[in-house]
Write a protein that binds this ligand. Structure first.
Ligand code: F6P
Length: 335
């Protein structure tokens, strides 16, 4: 094997200046993706402009040129140095027209959007209405985008939630209590399933398979007859009623001591784990290459180890299902 040499990527699109922004809920690893975009640009002779506060900052003209040193010492940092927002103005055609004008004033040849499906909607309409090439990088802890095995931030969120579950298990076991723990995932149970398997949960509730919360009563009663005195139940926030509904059903149906813990936004913070940093670095580079190749309106993803391009609208139109096999495994190991 020989050491790979640096080569210029083909640039038939003649890209000279690009912009990058982060949008929607922040996710650990977004900074690593920004760094990869800026440094790939520098390697390829392309100027990179950072947009602050997502689409909100774009139509207000909050842009600044970023060089390789501006993204030093951020690969390990959670959050996003560019700041992020969920923009209302961007939902109107007038808001997007203003943003497009700003991009034209700055001579931007293409825009890279790091975010989830809401952000990709915004990017898609910008391209449709104003012809500005956009590339999406999947950045959300929810892992709910079709076209990539994983999204940036997901691995870290699972680790953060799992650490909390392990701690709750210590206190739960000591008191012989049941802990109902709610993890993030507005529409998706990916975090819940991984945490349920890795955290040894008794039961898991996910939005993809809504079930009567009363079903937990039978499961916990059985587990008590098997000699288990403390239990961990994982609930994705998107399951109807969330953790509180499950806990209420348990309190009523078993009379056992139950506590609820909603992990919340803590799952969005912290230093990204290595898998998120590597994914973000690969996808940041791939996004710049995609623009140079003349791609537009696609999300760069990692599927089966390779880089893939998926039309932006497919990332939300086609549903990425949770692993049914993992779901089965989570339930069967709680025997
Ligand atoms: O999309 C990521 C996510 O963390 C969801 O899991 C959660 O439902 C939502 O964002 C929370 O959004 P906000 O930070 O706006 O309250």
């Amino acid at each position: 094997m020989t050491t790979p040499e640096f080569t210029r990527h083909p640039n038939p699109a003649g890209i000279k200046r690009i912009a990058v922004l982060t949008s929607g809920g922040d996710a650990p690893g977004m900074n690593a993706a920004i760094r990869a975009v800026v440094r790939t640009g520098a390697q390829q002779g392309i100027e990179v402009v950072g947009v602050r506060r997502g689409f909100s900052g774009l139509h207000r003209g909050e842009l600044q040129v970023l060089g390789p040193r501006d993204v030093a010492n951020i690969i390990q940092r959670g959050g996003t140095i560019l700041l992020t927002a969920r923009s209302r103005t961007w939902r109107s055609p007038e808001g997007r027209a203003k943003g497009a004008e700003v991009l034209r004033e700055w001579g931007i040849d293409g825009l890279i959007v790091i975010g989830g499906d809401g952000s990709f909607h915004g990017a898609y309409y910008l391209q449709e209405e104003h012809g500005i090439p956009v590339i999406g990088i999947p950045g959300t802890i929810d892992n709910d985008l079709y076209g990539t095995d994983h999204t940036i931030g997901y691995f870290t969120a699972v680790e953060t939630a799992l650490e909390a579950v392990d701690k709750l298990r210590d206190t739960g076991a000591s008191h012989e209590r049941i802990f109902v723990i709610e993890v993030m995932g507005r529409h998706a149970g990916h975090i819940a399933l991984d945490v349920a398997v890795a955290g040894g949960a008794e039961e898991v509730f996910i939005p993809e398979d809504p079930k009567p919360v009363e079903s937990v009563v039978k499961i916990v009663k059985e587990s008590v007859t098997k000699g288990k005195m403390g239990s961990i139940i994982i609930v994705a926030e998107g399951h109807p009623g969330g953790a509180q509904a499950v806990a209420d059903a348990l309190a009523e149906g078993t009379g056992l001591e139950t506590r609820v813990s909603i992990l919340g936004h803590i799952q969005r913070g912290g230093s990204p784990v290595s898998s998120d940093r590597v994914l973000a670095s690969r996808l940041g580079e791939a996004a710049v290459f995609a623009l140079m190749e003349g791609e537009k309106g696609v999300m760069v993803g990692r599927t089966g180890g390779g880089i893939t391009y998926t039309p932006l609208h497919e990332t939300w139109e086609k549903r990425k299902d949770v692993s049914r096999d993992l779901y089965r495994c989570a339930l069967s190991l709680s025997v």
